[in-house]
Design a protein around this ligand. Sequence first.
Ligand SMILES: NC(=O)c1ccc[n+]([C@@H]2O[C@H](COP(=O)([O-])OP(=O)(O)OC[C@H]3O[C@@H](n4cnc5c(N)ncnc54)[C@H](O)[C@@H]3O)[C@@H](O)[C@H]2O)c1
Length: 332
Amino acid sequence: MRDKVRIGFIGCGGIAGAHLARLEKLARVELVSFCDPVLEKATRFSKTYGGKAFTDYREMLENVSLDACFICVPPFAHGAPELLCAEKEIPFFVEKPVALNLATARQISEVVRRKNLITAVGYVLRAYDTVSRAKELLAGEKIGLVRGKYYGCVPGAGQGWYSQKSLSGGQLVEQATHTVDMMRYLAGEVEEVFGYSFEGVNRQFYEKYDVEDASATVMRFANGAVGNLACTWLWTGYHSAVEVIARGMVITLEGASLTVDRAKEKCIYTSQIDPMMAEDESFIAAVENDNPDQVKANYEEGVKSLAVSLATLESFKTGKVVKVLSFSQEGD
Ligand SMILES: NC(=O)c1ccc[n+]([C@@H]2O[C@H](COP(=O)([O-])OP(=O)(O)OC[C@H]3O[C@@H](n4cnc5c(N)ncnc54)[C@H](O)[C@@H]3O)[C@@H](O)[C@H]2O)c1
C-alpha cells in the first residue's frame, strides 16, 4: 500500500458525488480516476478532484492502478464491474442494491470469497452511532416484533431508471432495501416472507412506470420474531423507520434519531455524525489495515438483504409464503 489510498469511481452520478464530497476531505485518499458511459459526467469529477476520466471501466481498470474502487452504478449495471475488480483483487465499495438478481450477486460473491477481498455495501444507516446504541440495548433481549416502513415519492419524478422493474427492481429492491437491511441488522436473518403488492395508480401519471405503488409484507425471523414491512411510493414526502419490540421496550430508529420507549420513561437520542462519512472512513480504514472487520456491511450482507427483497417479490407473484434461504439457494 502506498502513502495514500488511490481510489477510482465507476458510475459518476448523484451518489458518487455524495461520496466524493466526503472522500475529498480525507487527506489519506487520492482520487485518481472516474468512469461513466457519459463522458461529461466522468470529466466533471476529474476536473474537480483530479485524476483521469474514462467511459469504459475495463479501460480504467487496465490503465490505472487502484487500491480501491467505488462502484456507484444503477441496479441494472451491476455485475461485470464488480467481477473485474474482484478478479484484479481491487477492494470495492458498491452501492445498494448489489444486483437485480441472485445469480449475478452469487457469482460476484463467489469471486469475492475466493479472493478474500475487502468489500463494502452502501447500507449507510448501519453507520449511525444510534444504530450501534440500539444494538447494544437489544443484546441479550428476546426480540418479539420488528416493523419497518418506507414511504416516499417516485424517485426522479418518474423519469429515468427508478420506476422501471427491469432497471431498478422496484421500491423493495431499490430503496426499501435499506429498511430490510436494518431489520436484518437488528433482528437477525429473515426466514420466511409473505407479501401483497398494490399497483396501478402511479402508472397513470408516469409514462414508464411499471413497478409496485405499495406493498405489505409479513416476515418470520430465524430467531422466532415476527415482523412486517410497509412500503409505498404513493406519497410526496419521505418517512422511513424501523421499530423493534422486546419485553418492556420499543426501540425506534428513524433517520438520525433513536427512541427508547419503556412506557414510563422515553429517551430520544439524536446522532450528530454524518453516517456517509463514517461509512466511507470505515471502508478506507479496512483497506489500509487489510481488516474486513472494520466494514459494517460487506458484499455478503448485501446479498442477504437482496435475497429478502427478491423472495418478497416472489411472494407477490405466487401468493405463497416464500422461504428466503431456499429461495436464495435455488431461486432468482
Ligand atoms: N446508500 C444510499 O443512501 C444511496 C443514495 C442514493 C443512491 N444510492 C444508490 O446508488 C446507485 C446509483 O444511484 P445514483 O442516484 O447515483 O444514480 P444516477 O443515475 O444519478 O447515477 C448513476 C451513474 O452511473 C452511470 N452508469 C450507468 N451504467 C454504468 C456502467 N456500466 N459503468 C459506469 N457507469 C455507469 C450513469 O451514467 C450515471 O451517471 C443506485 O443503486 C442507488 O440505489 C444509494
